[in-house]
Ligand binder design. Structure first.
Ligand code: DWN
Ligand code: ZN
Length: 406
């Protein structure tokens, strides 16, 4: 039986999405025969409240010199991270002399470039060398390693303690959360803060956005579960702030226990999570049923369009779409290709489902009857950009929170 990664209690999966490939493992034809698969099965720990997947491939299989996700592809996310950095600066750095901050999983520097431009001392930690190099080219100080207590000790020896540890869409990727929490507690100055945000379990459950469950997301956090996890290491949840990014995220602010007043937002989110039933096993049984209904509805619609001879193209070869296509049985017979602006994904096949990925120009020059919006979390930005598609009679298919044609 598996053990909870946070509290060591025995846990059992409440469902399985079946065999899954690496979500960002886009393939060339000659790589098809060696494609790696693992069992994607989520579990909920009723002791500490942590939602997690039982099996996660080793980190080096997911994050390496050919990592396929570059944060700066979305203009909206660039704006979001500018605002995130302003929030940190105004709330926690303004009174500090020569502040120093560390970001865990700094990707292509989408957040740290704002601090670099303001002349703030910073250190990005990004194990995927190719995305880290883009940050380095912009003058953002970055090291390519995995963060843990050992690395935290080294950073303190070499640079001193930090005023803020930041991370966005990264903490939920790291399986050894206890070592990370210990490392963060070691890094922080007495009045230092940990500010991180990740897709929010409450939104995943209410929208049945099961596509947030894939290899990289070893956890889906709630305020309840992160309080427990970081609380074990002397860190206290002092505030939370919901975000609309990635289909519904939560920003968590932690500090050494007793060093800051705790915002009333913390009590209200913990109550809200109880009211939503995030602490109850039944909630996940209902979620499982919701996932099955969603998969049937989406596959059913794609089968119908196929019978009618309609052309369907995917939009955004997201990590999330790997779960959707493989769990639902969607392949190149349903979707001609997926349009994506990321050069490293283009000309390759999607993990498991083997749907060709093509450039945005291919979408523009050969508009389909229907576009299946895999990047539904960027809907606003994409709909604005693709006004002509709809004007010319094209239709969007979305599947979160329900399968529908727009
Ligand atoms: O947590 C994670 C988040 C932050 O990013 C990582 N584990 C991996 C990744 O997840 P994702 O791949 O699901 O993220 P996105 O942001 O939903 O991916 C959007 C994809 O769509 C990218 O490949 C870029 C592409 N795209 C596009 O082709 N046209 C995006 C936009 C906005 C566009 O206009
Ligand atoms: Zn637990």
């Amino acid at each position: 039986m598996a053990k909870c990664r946070v509290c060591n209690s025995k846990i059992e999966p409440f469902m399985s999405f079946g065999k899954m490939p690496i979500a960002n493992g886009f393939l060339t034809l000659d790589q098809l025969s060696t494609e790696y698969f693992f069992e994607l099965s989520p579990a909920f720990c009723s002791h500490c409240g942590m939602f997690q997947i039982i099996e996660q491939p080793e980190a080096e299989k997911m994050f390496h010199e050919n990592y396929a996700f570059f944060s700066s592809t979305s203009k909206y996310m660039q704006k979001h991270f500018k605002e995130f950095s302003e929030y940190v600066r105004d709330s926690f750095l303004i009174d500090q002399i020569d502040p120093f901050l560390v970001e865990l999983g700094s990707n292509d520097g989408i957040m740290l470039r704002n601090f670099k431009e303001a002349g703030v001392r910073h250190l990005g930690i990004e194990p995927s060398v190719n995305v880290a190099n883009i940050a380095r080219d912009q003058g953002i100080t970055t090291i390519s390693e995995f963060f843990d207590l050992e690395l935290a000790k080294r950073i303190v020896r070499e640079h001193g303690h930090v005023d803020a540890v930041l991370s966005a869409n990264v903490m939920c990727h790291i399986p050894n959360i206890n070592s990370v929490a210990e490392g963060v507690a070691h890094l922080l100055k007495p009045a230092g803060v940990l500010v991180f945000e990740d897709p929010y379990l409450g939104d995943v459950i209410s929208k049945i956005s099961y596509d947030q469950i894939y290899d990289e997301h070893v956890f889906l956090f709630s305020a309840t579960s992160v309080s427990w996890a970081f609380g074990q290491h002397g860190l206290e949840l002092i505030d939370v702030s919901p975000q609309i990014t990635h289909g519904g995220s939560m920003r968590y602010i932690f500090a050494a226990k007793g060093s800051y007043p705790v915002s009333p937002n913390v009590t209200s989110i913990l109550e809200k999570e109880k009211a939503q039933g995030l602490d109850k096993a039944e909630t996940y049984e209902i979620f499982k049923q919701g996932c099955e209904n969603s998969r049937k509805a989406l596959l059913g619609l794609l089968e119908e369009l196929r019978r009618e001879g309609k052309r369907v193209v995917g939009y955004g070869a997201t990590s999330k779409s790997t779960t959707v296509t493989n769990y639902s049985g969607i392949g190149p017979e349903h979707i001609e290709f997926i349009s994506d602006t990321t050069p490293i994904k283009q000309g390759k096949l999607t993990p498991g489902a083997h749907i060709p990925v093509k450039s945005h120009e291919d979408f523009i020059n050969n508009k389909p009857d229907y576009a299946l919006l895999f990047a539904w979390n960027h809907a606003k930005e994409i709909f604005e950009k693709e006004e002509d598609f709809q004007k010319q009679g094209g239709k969007w298919i979305t599947f979160v929170p329900r399968v529908e044609i727009i």
